[in-house]
Design a protein around this ligand. Structure first.
Ligand SMILES: NC(=O)C1=CN([C@@H]2O[C@H](COP(=O)(O)OP(=O)(O)OC[C@H]3O[C@@H](n4cnc5c(N)ncnc54)[C@H](O)[C@@H]3O)[C@@H](O)[C@H]2O)C=CC1
Ligand SMILES: O=C(O)C(=O)Cc1ccc(O)cc1
Length: 312
C-alpha cells in the first residue's frame, strides 16, 4: 500500500460533506489518522457509530492539534467562530481549508484568525445533495465533480498543489478563481435555483387547502424537482443567503426583470418571443449534457449518470 498523503486529517463538522470526506479519505487511504470534531454530542455519537474516524471530540481544537490537513465543513455563518476556536492549536505548516458554498465571506471570517505559517486555502466542492448530517454522506460524492479553490495572494504553490492532489484523489477536478468571481458564478448556478425552489414550493404551500392536497397528489416531475432542492438544509441555506447577499441580490434583480419580460410575452400572446427563449435555453441543457455535467440527483434515491470520457 502507498503511504498516506497526510499523517493526520482533522474534519471539523461531520455532516453531508464532512462525512463524505471521511468515507473517501478512508477508502483511498489518504490519512493515517482521521480526527473528527463536531459541536453536537448526538452528531458526534452517530459519526462514531458509523465508524467514520479514528478519534472523536466535541472540542475542535483537540482534533486539529498535530493535524497536517484541517477541513472545516460547517455552515458558512459558523466559519469565523470555528477559525477563532482552532487557531491557537493549528500546527505550523498545516493546510487549513474549508468547503463553504460562499467564499468572500468565509475568507473575511476566517483569515484574520489564521496564524503565520499555516496555509489557508479556501475551497468549495461543487457536489452535494439536499440531505444533511453524517448518515447522508457517501464516498463517491466528489467523483468527477469540480472543486474550486479561491487562493489568497501569496499562497504557497506547494501547499496548493498538495491540496489539489488530495481533492483529485477524492475524485474531483480542480479549478481556481478569485472569491468574487466564485460568488457571482455560484449565485446564478446554485444559489438562485435553490431560492427559486424555496419560493415556488412556498407559494404552493400558501395555496388554499384543497388545491394544496392536489399539488401533492398530482405533483408533476417539474414540481417534484423543485421540492428536492427546497428540502435542502435550512441552516445551510439561510447562511448562504446571508453571506452571499450582494451577488444573490444582483442575480435576483436580473432574474426578476427577465421574469417580468416573460410575463409580458405571455400576457400579449407573443409566441415568437416564448419560442425563441425556450429554444435558447434548450441549447444550454444540451451543452451541459455534452460537457458530461448532467449528474442527476433525483429524489427518492441517487442515480449517478455515468459519462465515459467526461474527465478533462
Ligand atoms: N450540502 C451540500 O450539498 C453542500 C454543502 N457545502 C457546504 O459545506 C458546508 C457543510 O454543509 P453540509 O455538510 O451539507 O452540512 P450539514 O448540516 O450536513 O453538516 C454541518 C456540520 O457542521 C456541524 N457544525 C455546525 N456548526 C458548528 C460549529 N460551530 N462547530 C463545529 N461543528 C459545527 C454540524 O454539527 C454538522 O456536523 C457548508 O458550508 C455548505 O455551504 C458545499 C457543497 C455542497
Ligand atoms: O443538491 C443539489 O442539487 C446541489 O446543488 C448541491 C449543492 C449545494 C450547495 C453547493 O455549494 C454545492 C452543491
Amino acid at each position: 500500500m502507498t503511504s498516506p498523503m497526510f499523517e493526520r486529517i482533522a474534519l471539523v463538522g461531520i455532516g453531508l460533506i464532512g462525512s463524505s470526506l471521511a468515507r473517501v479519505i478512508r477508502r483511498e487511504g489518504l490519512a493515517r489518522h482521521i480526527a473528527i470534531a463536531t459541536r453536537s454530542k448526538s452528531t458526534l455519537k452517530r459519526a462514531e457509530e458509523l465508524g467514520l474516524g479514528d478519534s472523536y471530540t466535541t472540542e475542535a481544537k483537540e482534533a486539529v492539534r498535530d493535524a497536517d490537513l484541517v477541513i472545516v465543513s460547517v455552515p458558512v455563518g459558523s466559519s469565523g467562530e470555528v477559525a477563532a476556536e482552532i487557531a491557537p492549536a493549528l500546527k505550523k505548516g498545516a493546510i487549513l481549508t474549508d468547503v463553504g458554498s460562499t467564499k468572500a465571506s468565509v475568507i473575511a471570517q476566517m483569515q484574520p484568525h489564521v496564524p503565520d505559517g499555516v496555509h489557508f486555502i479556501p475551497g468549495h466542492p461543487l457536489a452535494g445533495t439536499e440531505k444533511s448530517g453524517p448518515d447522508a454522506g457517501f464516498a463517491d460524492l466528489f467523483d468527477n465533480r469540480w472543486c474550486i479553490f479561491t487562493p489568497l495572494p501569496g499562497t504557497d504553490p506547494e501547499a496548493l498543489e498538495k491540496l489539489s492532489e488530495f481533492w483529485r484523489r477524492c475524485g474531483s477536478n480542480i479549478d481556481t478563481m478569485d472569491p468574487q468571481h466564485h460568488d457571482m458564478t455560484l449565485a446564478i448556478v446554485s444559489h438562485l435555483p435553490h431560492i427559486i425552489a424555496y419560493n415556488i414550493v412556498g407559494t404552493a404551500d400558501d395555496l388554499e387547502s384543497v388545491t394544496k392536497t392536489e399539488v401533492i397528489k398530482y405533483s408533476a416531475s417539474g414540481f417534484r424537482d423543485f421540492t428536492r432542492l427546497a428540502a435542502s438544509d435550512p441552516t445551510m441555506w439561510r447562511d448562504v443567503c446571508l453571506h452571499n447577499k450582494d451577488a444573490i441580490l444582483e442575480m435576483l434583480a436580473r432574474f426578476s426583470e427577465d421574469l417580468a419580460s416573460l410575463q409580458r410575452a405571455i400576457r400579449w400572446g407573443d409566441g415568437e418571443k416564448l419560442f425563441d427563449l425556450f429554444t435558447r435555453t434548450r441549447a444550454i441543457r444540451r451543452s451541459i449534457i455534452e460537457a458530461g455535467q448532467d449528474i442527476d440527483v433525483p429524489d427518492f434515491g441517487r442515480q449517478v449518470v455515468e459519462h465515459p470520457g467526461a474527465k478533462p
